[in-house]
Design a protein around this ligand. Structure first.
Ligand code: SF4
Length: 292
């Protein structure tokens, strides 16, 4: 039998049954996969936005243990939350999560909202995270498109796609009533088989419906959401910001000590400290800077 035509019902059925049959057997057990609590899922998705699963796992357990619901995080000082966030990087996400917890308490009775519009209105929550909460907490039939999903879909169709095309294609593939399973499995396929380093088509459950199969230029490279190599960390602003945040304490530390700890020239250090203060990730107290 020839390859099925993309976009047809027969194609969609073949893709979903092959993927779900494959995925149910080998899905890795992760704490956010064994809960349907929207807050736990929101926290895990924010952590996973820019940090690997292995680094998130221990931090997630500590964070959820201390802040089991939005009210607990909203009531805590930002400095305490940042302390538990340490090691995950991109601390703006933690500040946004706390702002989201405050908004959830003020406007939604302390319960994470369950509509796309209300989720998107939370600080730090974009299209991916909002849809992930809907799919994984509420089992809604919506598709999430992260970098793994973008890669798999582009390769399956052997074409580069815009963000809109990816979302439409992904939405059309979600089998009715199986939003949770579908999304977990296509992301798992992208992470384990159809990887950025190279596809393992011989082990892929979708090989029979895939138009690319590793032949010719990789269409995923120029699709929206494709992962791009990160800039060098050594000597970066991100490294200096991280050092500054590790150098301060709640009691405050003399500014010159923080500047010295950052390992960059003083003017650059001062500019980065000013940005951290403007973002609410640090506070100024006379000649000292402190954790918020
Ligand atoms: S057949 Fe190969 S390229 Fe196609 S989805 Fe599977 S792993 Fe990716």
């Amino acid at each position: 039998m020839g390859r099925l035509t993309s976009g047809t019902d027969a194609y969609r059925d073949a893709v979903s049954s092959a993927l779900i049959g494959w995925g149910l057997a080998g899905l890795r057990e992760l704490p956010w996969r064994t809960t349907s609590d929207p807050w736990s899922i929101l926290v895990s998705e924010v952590m996973l936005q820019q940090t690997s699963v292995s680094r998130v796992l221990p931090k997630y357990a500590d964070f959820i243990g201390r802040f089991p619901d939005p009210a607990a995080l909203a009531a805590a000082p930002l400095g305490e939350a940042l302390e538990l966030w340490r090691g995950l990087g991109y601390p703006r996400r933690c500040r946004n999560l706390r702002d989201a917890a405050t908004l959830i308490c003020d406007s939604h009775g302390g319960v994470v909202p369950s509509t796309l519009g209300a989720l998107l209105a939370l600080p730090g929550v974009g299209a991916y995270t909002a849809r992930a909460v809907l799919a994984f907490a509420h089992r809604a039939d919506v598709a999430v498109v992260d970098t793994n999903v973008s890669r798999v879909l582009s390769r399956l169709d052997n074409r580069s796609m815009t963000a809109r095309e990816l979302q439409e294609t992904a939405d059309s593939l979600v089998p009715r009533g199986m939003g949770w399973e579908w999304n977990q499995m296509i992301m798992d396929l992208g992470a384990r088989i159809c990887t950025a380093r190279g596809p393992m088509c011989g082990r892929c459950p979708l090989a029979g419906t895939c138009a690319w199969r590793g032949l010719g230029d990789d269409p995923a490279r120029s699709s929206a959401g494709a992962s791009r190599p990160q800039g060098r960390f050594e000597g970066s602003d991100r490294q200096a910001r991280g050092r500054a945040m590790r150098a301060v304490s709640a009691a405050g530390v003399p500014r010159r000590e923080v500047v010295a700890a950052m390992g960059v020239e003083p003017e650059r250090a001062e500019r980065l400290i000013a940005a951290l203060v403007a973002e609410g990730l640090m506070v100024e107290r006379g000649d000292s800077v402190a954790a918020p």
